[in-house]
Design a protein. Structure first.
Lengths: 212, 212
DNA sequence: GAAATCATAATTGTATCCAATATTGATTTC
DNA sequence: GAAATCAATATTGGATACAATTATGATTTC
């Protein structure tokens, strides 16, 4: 095998469970019984447990010793925290990346946006959303910063999915993304950072509104 | 049992390994063979694997599928990222907490400082260091923010431990902590936040200098 | 009838065994 | 002699069996 990180069953089942959560098949607060899930996903309990641990440290699942795991319930405070942190960290990443963004990066970002326009499965939309942001941050080459930002994005993915059920929210999000992308194309760093901040603030506001 | 989170072997072995890493028994880059470690810590490989996964998502261990885990090597970029993030997030936490900090919180913080003065085992010093910071941030009641800050602190713990071998660094750190604590006592929010920022900047500079 | 107690079942965590992958070292081939 | 090939070993990931813990429900006690 050539790849330097062989994909393991634990990882792929984590991905599957993430999809089930984001698509609403597994609802917030719902208990995740290991035997039932392992049967449903046709894996043993061993990789399943590793998957649950991953999701727990991702924030999508809450687990307590000997009592089991359940889908995380996101409250107002969690959403506020996630978006306030993203609002501090993501502009930093974009700024660091900006001088090194290539046409290829921009192409990748645009590809994600185009795909997102045609997609409506929540989990895939969520992945494409991250692809877009990631394409713009990655040229910063700041791995540790990106790791934290990735975590925050995964954790807020559930909130964003719920938000996407808000009327016209996906369209607004797409428009904000296009503005950000155009600013990057124009070499307008300040404009890009401002657009990113605006995008995060608007998303936060809509999600917060929805949850009262 | 009354406690709502029964401690599991995976967690306690994770703590043990963390100590071994922070105390330098396990050096950065060193491979962590499961069988050897499980034998040394007298647990089976099952909880050991969970512990390694935890440490990996904490950032103290790097793991690659089927190839095994090794103690993380921290490069310059990682340290810069960790401290820049902390410099953005921790003042936010302190500011949110400030109006709600009680005398009890201050007492807890001081207790950690006093204990740290008499301690010289790296892993315990690291824990006390976190206790101090955590005591001041916790009244914010912003769990998600605190979780991320905790992660960043755990990840930079290794760097700080190495830094503590710098001559006079622990004394400087203690002094900076005292200034911060005093500002909190005086109800001087701006001063406290400034002191915290200064503390993080100085720690970052010393660590960076040490690593060239 | 409500609370406490205890046995039973359901569920998670751990140990052990097996399979899949990677690493090593000898052998071959040019 | 160096690179490629392949067998043998070491090491990790996964499946199953067992132990520890928690949840459930009947029984008792007041």
């Amino acid at each position: 095998m050539i790849s330097d990180t062989q994909k393991t069953q634990a990882e792929s089942t984590a991905a599957k469970i993430r999809t089930l959560i984001l698509n609403g098949t597994l609802q917030p607060g719902q208990p995740l019984r290991q035997e039932a899930l392992s049967e449903q996903l046709s894996v043993s309990r061993t990789p399943l447990r590793h998957a649950l641990q991953s999701l727990a440290e991702e924030g999508l699942v809450e687990t307590t010793g000997y009592k089991g795991a359940r889908v995380a319930e996101l409250d107002r405070g969690m959403i506020d925290d996630l978006f306030e942190m993203r609002l501090l960290l993501e502009p930093l990443a974009l700024g660091s990346a900006f001088p090194q963004i290539t046409k290829l990066d921009l192409a990748r970002a645009e590809m994600a946006l185009d795909a997102a326009d045609a997609e409506d499965e929540p989990s895939r939309l969520s992945a494409l959303n991250w692809d877009f942001h990631h394409a713009l941050y990655r040229p910063s080459n700041r791995q540790t910063l990106l790791r934290t930002i990735a975590q925050l994005n995964k954790a807020s993915a559930l909130a964003e999915v719920i938000a996407s059920s808000i009327v016209a929210r996906p369209e607004k999000s797409a428009a904000e993304h296009r503005i950000l992308l155009q600013a990057c194309r124009d070499g307008d760093e300040a404009g890009a950072i401002a657009a990113l901040g605006e995008h995060l603030r608007l998303a936060h506001r809509d999600i917060r509104t929805r949850k009262d």
